[in-house]
Design a protein around this ligand. Structure first.
Ligand code: FES
Length: 170
């Protein structure tokens, strides 16, 4: 009986087994502490976010975001200190200027912009951090798996001069 159950589980369609994989870049001084705060308060949120701690959200080069997508992330979130609270004074001003551009660039790259979320989370906002992770996970779940390398291949990227970047015949 146990064996039959194991086979059934093994035969479940891939889509049913899929869980969104979210890469979360958090600034050390506020958002990472906010995540810590959520953990200390035992707030419940999905385990889908892989946290990467950076010293400041202004450190997050757009290339890091596309790198995360190219290495298998289905969604990416960036969290930093609220405006006025950045420990490097203006780091999050750079973040604020970059984020809308990143969304537009993702569209050009064939990635739904809703796969990327940017939020300010302070050290005291554990509840907000938990909510953001819940919301992003559900938002990305609705979009389904990304498989960006597979999408690029399907569009003919890398197939040479006979195709445009998105696979159409010129
Ligand atoms: S230190 Fe948190 S955004 Fe700059």
């Amino acid at each position: 009986m146990a064996e039959a159950h194991a086979v059934e589980q093994h035969a479940a369609p891939a889509a049913e087994r899929w869980e969104p994989r979210i890469v979360a870049f958090l600034c050390y001084w506020c958002s990472y502490t906010g995540a810590d705060n959520a953990g200390t308060a035992r707030l419940k949120y999905p385990p889908n976010a892989d946290i990467i701690r950076v010293m400041c959200s202004g450190r997050i080069d757009p290339e890091l975001i596309t790198l995360a997508f190219s290495r298998g992330a289905d969604g990416v979130m960036v969290c930093g200190c609220h405006i006025g609270d950045c420990h490097y004074i203006s780091g999050n001003h750079k973040t604020m200027a970059r984020m809308p551009l990143i969304k537009r660039t993702l569209v050009d790259l064939g990635i739904e912009p809703d796969r990327f979320v940017h939020e300010w989370v302070s050290a005291a906002e554990g509840e907000k951090f938990a909510r953001v992770v819940r919301d992003v996970t559900e938002q990305v779940r609705r979009l389904g798996p990304l498989d960006w390398p597979g999408r690029l291949q399907a569009r003919g990227v890398g197939r040479g001069m006979g195709h445009t970047a998105w696979g159409e015949q010129p």
